[in-house]
Design a protein around this ligand. Structure first.
Ligand SMILES: C[S@@+](CC[C@H](N)C(=O)[O-])C[C@H]1O[C@@H](n2cnc3c(N)ncnc32)[C@H](O)[C@@H]1O
Length: 383
């Protein structure tokens, strides 16, 4: 049985935290940390270091849309070589961090005098194992696949930092998407697109080519329970619970808008079936209306003169010939102008050359480059 009393005291107010994000989402994460009221210490490609008071941290951890991992810094020191790393790491009270019932894993990111990050990782592992063996005469458990505790070793030149991830699963894999279509958008990229669209969480949001429903589900999660999209993962994390155990924030489940304002369409009945399953799994069926329909037959029967159309239309060879797609984009532009004036149309497109065929004037654009995808977020105010 878990005995939390033995675990080190973690005073969140006094700690430095690091959020990392997926490639291409750095600016979104930086904005998010800034807007949350936390104080930024530094940022670089792939992440932000920050600190702040407990209640700001609590809200941020539960609601961050762009952090894929959050770690706190356990200790920082200078190590000129792996032996110094061993000695300094040995002085950390590992026996009060990796308790008997927990298994751990180390991730290392080192560039510098520690050179070989594998070697540095082994040195840290030796320090942990030796210390726990020495202090408590036991072998600490290691589990590379499903660890309870993930230790992060970073070093830049001889500056070493050892941190611990708050959750053992990444925040951006929310677990609802078991049914996918051929080109699903990633959950955190969908969040970035929604953020880019300036959707106010009160207006109608339509995804007319919703595929497996990712954009709609991510929007629905923002409406549920104060936008605490990471609630399950955080409440499952014993480290999060250790940090905030004595605070009574009294978080009531709250649907900020009980009406269905999220609408999804797709002309592929199979995609609609899959979206339905994902939506159910995410627990947001009560917030989303789904229908099998061709975008080119979409009527504006919505009860509002303004709203947001946010989508990830087909592009690329898998989705049809370039000539067909050009004509398709042209027809979409026509429908929007004829039926959705007053709406804001925002999309992610993997093939920028198709955008001109909408015959619409963009008022906001952002290049998005994620692994092989060299795409664009674009937003239009439909006149
Ligand atoms: C890139 S996928 C969207 C993926 C989606 N964002 C997701 O996360 O699963 C494009 C979707 O557009 C749909 N689609 C293609 N032509 C359409 C049309 N004429 N009307 C409605 N949907 C269409 C496809 O069936 C496909 O599901």
């Amino acid at each position: 049985m878990t005995n939390f009393n033995k675990f080190i005291t973690i005073d969140a107010d006094k700690l430095e935290f690091h959020s990392s994000c997926s490639e291409g989402l750095d600016e979104f994460l930086l904005d998010e940390v800034k807007n949350s009221g936390l104080k930024i210490i530094s940022s670089n490609r792939g992440g932000v270091f920050y600190h702040g008071n407990k209640s700001l941290l609590y809200n941020f951890f539960l609601s961050t849309r762009f952090s894929s991992r959050i770690a706190f810094t356990l200790q920082k020191f200078v190590a000129h070589d792996p032996n110094e790393l061993y000695d300094k790491a040995y002085s950390i009270p590992w026996e009060r961090i990796i308790l008997e019932e927990y298994a751990y894993k180390i991730e290392s990111m080192t560039k510098d005098s520690l050179e070989n990050s594998r070697y540095a990782l082994y040195k840290l592992k030796d320090a942990i194992q030796d210390r726990i063996r020495q202090k408590q005469n036991r072998e600490a458990l290691i589990d590379r696949e499903y660890p309870d505790i993930e230790i992060i070793l970073r070093s830049n030149r001889e500056n070493v930092s050892i941190g611990i991830n708050i959750t053992s699963r990444p925040l951006n894999k929310r677990g609802y998407r078991l049914d996918t279509v051929s080109a699903p958008i990633r959950e955190n990229l969908a969040q970035a697109l929604i953020y880019f669209s300036d959707w106010d969480k009160e207006s109608i949001l339509i995804d007319p080519m919703c595929g497996s429903g990712t954009i709609l589900i991510e929007a629905a999660l923002l409406l549920k329970e104060r936008g605490y999209i990471n609630k399950e993962l955080m409440y499952d994390s014993f480290i999060f619970n250790e940090m905030f155990f004595n605070l009574n924030y009294n978080v009531k489940p709250l649907d900020t808008n009980p009406n269905k304002i999220l609408y999804g369409f797709d002309n592929d009945p199979l995609a609609i079936e899959k979206a339905k399953k994902n939506i159910e799994r995410a627990g947001v069926s009560h917030l989303i209306h789904l229908e099998c329909k061709n975008i080119l037959e979409l009527e504006n029967t919505f009860s509002s003169e303004t709203g947001f159309i946010i989508t990830n239309p087909p592009y690329g060879e898998r989705m049809g010939s370039t000539e067909d797609l050009k004509e398709f984009y042209f027809q979409i532009g026509k429908i929007l102008k004829n039926k959705f004036s007053g709406y804001r149309f925002t999309l992610i497109c993997g093939d920028k050359s198709l955008l001109g065929h909408f015959r619409l004037k963009a008022d906001k654009e952002k290049n998005i480059s994620i692994s092989k995808l060299k795409g664009k977020f674009v937003s239009y105010q439909i006149q």
